[in-house]
Design a protein around this ligand. Structure first.
Ligand code: ADP
Ligand code: ZN
Ligand code: ZN
Length: 748
């Protein structure tokens, strides 16, 4: 039982770190938990505050600490729920309580809420006519103009008066003084979608969609709150299912959160929700200013909205009556936070739903290995949409062996077959998308003649090129020099694989001078709306070919696209990461799903150096289960998630020697706990490292990694706790920073 409680008085204050410590009196020990609202003595009065942390260590002189007066009874404020969630995140992902709090609760901004000023006529008609005549005879033209307008309108917006009528603010004041008008000020929250209009419009669900909706609704009616995995092929109508579930949630007086990856949060998607639910919807995205963000927080808290749509962070919408959380494209890596606490939105959503008796729906055409594994285990319930809406066929898929192309003397990035189909589509005035897989573009080395990839002999991941001429394995530290010829076939065409979108655009334009080409990548989408503009231009058929990175794979429905070319499917196959095959399968399947969404059927060309790789073959066949079966075996054999759990401990320092010594100490320490403590007894726990991180030095900061693998996630949490405790107030760690990443989404 903890003795002390750290308490925050103003939760939205910028200085969240400002906590006060109080004693927990014996009689309150049971009730005082993270998140509860308590009464505390403050100066010579009593105020309320939130408990954010429980501890056994006094930060001040104990004799000067005051006891908590009591725990507030009655309804739980939304802040309490979010603080409790932050406590769970801190515990399960590491970091400090402040970092967790800042993640779930936005900071109040100094910017004021926008004020709307209205001018109202105070005098009656008779008097107004009289006054107007007076102004006119005296040639008070501005006053006369304003009064005339007010007499016809009754009420005027202040900004219209000053901007459109060119009446100065001193004129307005003068009329206010003369009691001709009054100024009314109302506070207005910034609403990012208020320029849109709701049509309350929706489609009638088909049988498969209806079955899914009915199933979930029945569970909810029976008081069952589960996590569902909705596996629906691209274009099967998942979004319509979400909207129907949301409509029912709202009808029962509850609220809903919809997570969509930022990149898929396009105007088109937002409009679909808005068309149905009108301004009960709010959106969050990274383009909102901090003021706008805080306003959305307030609108949600005040109950002005029922649906929050946004990326990861929308999960923390302060809904008091949360009933449903939807995570679309649940396989997306962007649902994992890259800042501390490194939480996963899926796991955190499930915890939030548990706290609120809410249901969770995870949707994807290509579920993550994690989710499908949990569905197989029965932790999630699997629901499926197996056909495209209106029985549109899935596109047909061809795999082209790029080694063969080279052998036949074609050194272009476009295979003969792809060029042929492109020619055909240009003639038919249909559109196409060329997709270049840029993930893991730096790093692995492969042979252009035979496709051989330099791999670690111990770990079954590709080695990464380091700038010192060496190839290194990030999982075990194994290294070897870069080869100059292919170890498999002797060809000298072995190199790091690089091909930018720009280069491809140039090649395509040269080969098809008549084609209109658009390019979408990191460079062309830097400005605020450029992403949306490019998609819109393509949707308006202002171009024949759209070339892009994984960005173009989602978010838009282009009915006229009948050809999708994946230029080098391999790129993501060789990232030094155990997710490589999963990412490749997802990207290929999603890319293929872009073709043939309209009246005409579609074709997909997958160009690869690894035509026999199971990720490529199963993507070609669009056979998720077959991919899953093979991939889960690989995860099992390599002790990787989701079968095992993995904790990455990243140590960084400016001092190369120190980071080496300290990370070695941590490994010893870990081994010590594992060998001596009863909780870890007879559990297969592996500690790997320390090894150099992929990029072993960034800005003169040296980076070492330690991996801990075990079946039980809670064992990883325990080991993290031991290390955090060991490092606390340990002067040896003053110059070495240590961060935790549970089940990381990429290799390090
Ligand atoms: P997904 O999210 O699974 O990719 P969407 O919900 O975007 O699928 O649906 C794909 C297309 O089919 C959209 O254009 C959508 O408007 C349409 N659609 C979905 N459900 C229906 C339905 N029941 N009847 C007619 N059209 C539908
Ligand atoms: Zn290795
Ligand atoms: Zn070779």
């Amino acid at each position: 039982m903890a003795k002390y409680a750290n308490i925050i008085v103003d939760i939205s204050h910028e200085k969240l770190d400002k906590t006060f410590q109080y004693l927990i009196p014996q009689e309150l020990v049971e009730e005082v938990r993270v998140g509860v609202l308590v009464d505390i003595p403050f100066g010579n009065r009593s105020i309320t505050g939130y408990v954010v942390e429980l501890t056994d260590e006094a930060e001040f002189d104990v004799s000067r600490l005051k006891p908590i007066i009591g725990v507030k009874k009655g309804s739980v404020p939304i802040e309490s729920q979010l603080i409790e969630l932050a406590g769970w995140m801190r515990k399960n992902y590491g970091g400090t309580m402040n970092q967790a709090l800042k993640t779930v609760i936005p900071i109040k901004q100094k910017t004021k809420a926008i004020e709307r000023k209205m001018l109202k006529l105070l005098i009656g008609k008779e008097e107004a006519i009289h006054t107007l005549a007076l102004y006119e005879t005296k040639h008070f033209t501005a006053k006369a103009r304003l009064l005339r307008e007010l007499m016809t309108e009754g009420v005027l917006d202040y900004s219209i008066v000053t901007q459109k009528l060119h009446v100065s603010s001193s004129t307005v004041k003068a009329l206010e003084k003369e009691k001709v008008l009054e100024i009314e000020t109302t506070k207005e929250y910034r609403n990012p979608v208020n320029h849109l209009e709701s049509k309350g419009y929706h489609l009638t669900l088909n049988e498969m969609q209806q079955t899914v909706v009915d199933h979930i609704t029945t569970d909810i009616t029976n008081g069952l709150h589960k996590t569902y995995l909705l596996k629906g092929v691209t274009g099967s109508g998942k979004t319509e299912v979400y909207m129907e579930l949301i409509a029912r949630t709202i009808a029962s007086g509850k609220q809903a959160i919809v997570l969509i990856p930022e990149i898929a949060l396009t105007f088109q998607t937002v409009m679909r929700f808005y068309n149905r639910f009108g301004d009960r919807v709010s959106i969050m995205n990274s383009r909102l200013s901090q003021g706008e963000r805080y306003d959305q927080y307030l609108r949600a808290k005040n109950g002005d909205i029922d649906i929050m749509i946004g990326p990861r962070s929308a999960l923390f919408a302060p809904f008091e009556r949360l009933g449903l959380i939807i995570i679309d494209e649940e396989h997306e890596a962007s649902y994992k936070s890259e800042t501390i606490p490194r939480y996963h939105a899926r796991e955190t959503a499930i915890e939030r739903a548990r706290q609120n008796n809410a249901s969770v729906v995870l949707g994807s055409a290509t579920p993550s290995m994690d989710s499908f594994y949990h569905a197989q285990n029965g932790e999630y319930e699997l629901l499926e949409l197996t056909q495209r809406v209106q029985a549109k066929p899935l596109p047909s898929c061809e795999v082209i062996d790029l080694r063969e192309e080279l052998r036949n003397g074609n050194r272009s990035i476009l295979s003969e077959r792809l060029q042929e189909l492109m020619e055909d589509r240009l003639a038919k005035k249909q559109q196409m998308m060329l997709f270049i897989n840029r993930r893991g573009v730096a790093g692995f080395m492969s042979c252009r003649a035979c496709g051989y990839v330099v791999k670690c002999p111990h770990c079954d991941v590709s080695l990464s090129q380091h700038n010192n001429g060496k190839m290194v394995c990030h999982y075990c530290g194994y290294e070897e020099p870069e080869p100059s010829t292919c170890p498999s076939c002797g060809s000298k065409y072995i190199s790091g694989f690089k091909a930018g979108t720009q280069k491809i655009e140039d090649m395509v334009k040269k080969r098809f001078p008549q084609a209109r080409v658009l390019r979408m990548d990191f460079d062309t989408t830097r400005t605020k709306d450029s992403y949306e503009q490019i998609l819109q231009a393509f949707a308006n058929q202002e171009a024949d070919i759209l070339i892009g990175t994984q960005m173009i794979v989602k978010g838009h429905d282009f009915p006229n696209v009948t050809l999708v070319g994946v230029l080098a499917a391999d790129m993501s196959l060789h990232i030094s990461d155990f997710h490589a095959a999963e990412r490749t399968f997802q990207l290929l399947t999603q890319a293929a799903g872009r073709a043939g969404r309209g009246e005409e059927p579609g074709d997909v060309i997958i160009q690869t150096y690894n035509p026999e790789h199971y990720a490529v073959l199963t993507a070609k066949a669009q056979d998720y289960e077959c991919f899953y079966e093979q991939e889960i075996m690989y995860r099992q054999l390599g002790f990787y998630p989701p079968v095992w759990n993995l904790l990455l401990v990243m140590c960084t320092s400016e001092n190369e020697k120190q980071v080496q010594t300290m990370s070695e100490k941590l490994v010893k320490r870990l081994q010590g706990h594992i060998d001596s403590e009863a909780v870890f007894e007879r559990k297969p726990i592996q500690v790997v490292g320390p090894a150099d991180a992929t990029i072993a030095r960034v800005n003169d900061i040296y980076r070492k990694v330690i991996y801990i693998k075990t079946k039980d996630y809670q064992d990883l949490v325990r080991l993290k706790d031991r290390l955090e405790y060991y490092m606390k107030d340990n002067r040896d760690f003053q110059n070495v920073s240590v961060q935790f990443d549970f089940n990381p989404m990429s290799g390090f």
